[in-house]
Design a protein around this ligand. Sequence first.
Ligand SMILES: NC(=O)c1ccc[n+]([C@@H]2O[C@H](COP(=O)([O-])OP(=O)(O)OC[C@H]3O[C@@H](n4cnc5c(N)ncnc54)[C@H](O)[C@@H]3O)[C@@H](O)[C@H]2O)c1
Length: 330
Amino acid sequence: MELTIISHADVEEMLNFPECVTVLEEAFLKARTGQCLTPPRTPLVLGPQKNFGAMAAYVEGMNTVGLKVNTVFSTNSGTRFHIHQGAILVFETENGCLTGIVEAAAVTNIRTAAASALATKILTDNKPMSLAIIGAGTQGAQHIEAMLAVRPITSLLIWDIAQERAEAMAERARLKTGLKAQAVATAAEAAEASDLICVCTPAVNPVLSGEWVKPGTHINSVGFSGPGGRELDDGLLNKSKLYVDWRETILRDCGDIILPLKSGVISEKDILGDFGDLTAASGPGRAPEDITLFKATGVAIEDLACAEFLLKKARRENRGAKTLFGGFND
Ligand SMILES: NC(=O)c1ccc[n+]([C@@H]2O[C@H](COP(=O)([O-])OP(=O)(O)OC[C@H]3O[C@@H](n4cnc5c(N)ncnc54)[C@H](O)[C@@H]3O)[C@@H](O)[C@H]2O)c1
């Protein structure tokens, strides 16, 4: 069987945000209507801030089954290496052969911000919005592009614990997008002035407080993914209409939801929907003063859907490295 290998650079060239948003939307619709298997992640804790994990998914109707296997080394933050390193392995479902290996960091980077873009598209009205980015790293940068793909963004404020990173990101955003972009000294300053806030930090203690968020705001939060830490405070959970990427994984893995559930600040009924519900419905609608919060820890369905899309595109466009691979009886 021919195996196609798609590199980091190929993923970045072949997967743009509008396409990725559509790929995710279609995958979640299939996942809701057909059989969908997403077993618990298998994290191996190798040391402080160093995890190894595997995330598998099968979605009926996709003709593939897959596994993302990667390391998450938060110690890479600020170095030339991305936090996430690994591969998505894609198998066809007729003979079970491995047909694709797709570089996982690039897919993770794009699909995470595209998931926030999909949530933003569903949960907000299509009107000009001021944007705040909290956490000026890889995800922060991806979220600027992803938000621009779905909403008219009028201005950009950036806050990071490392002020120079926020300043560098503002400078890049001004040059690349022409946006009025500025680094600010506190998260409060960024949040108070914005209609749309994306929180993208590895923080284990809250960096965004409900006190700073004005009525009508939408928040996407994708940072720290483990059960023992959080980047949002109780006040924000209390005053928001809460949506998540995938209920099962959020309740298993996500400190931002598990910790306030444990302390009784919220109950499971406060989770108003996940992507299965949101993509199936015509949108929940919002009152002008609603604060909506979308919390994501990432779902293997997203990785599989993007990898399948990329493999089909690579075969059509004759891209990627190819080799014969697998066990045969001849
Ligand atoms: N939900 C998902 O599917 C998903 C996908 C990818 C990454 N993530 C998570 O998102 C987080 C960010 O990932 P990244 O790739 O952008 O990392 P990154 O290292 O590129 O960027 C992180 C940024 O956050 C800043 N930061 C660190 N601690 C902070 C704090 N306490 N307050 C404010 N800023 C702080 C750093 O200075 C840095 O600029 C990580 O925890 C990662 O595991 C989640």
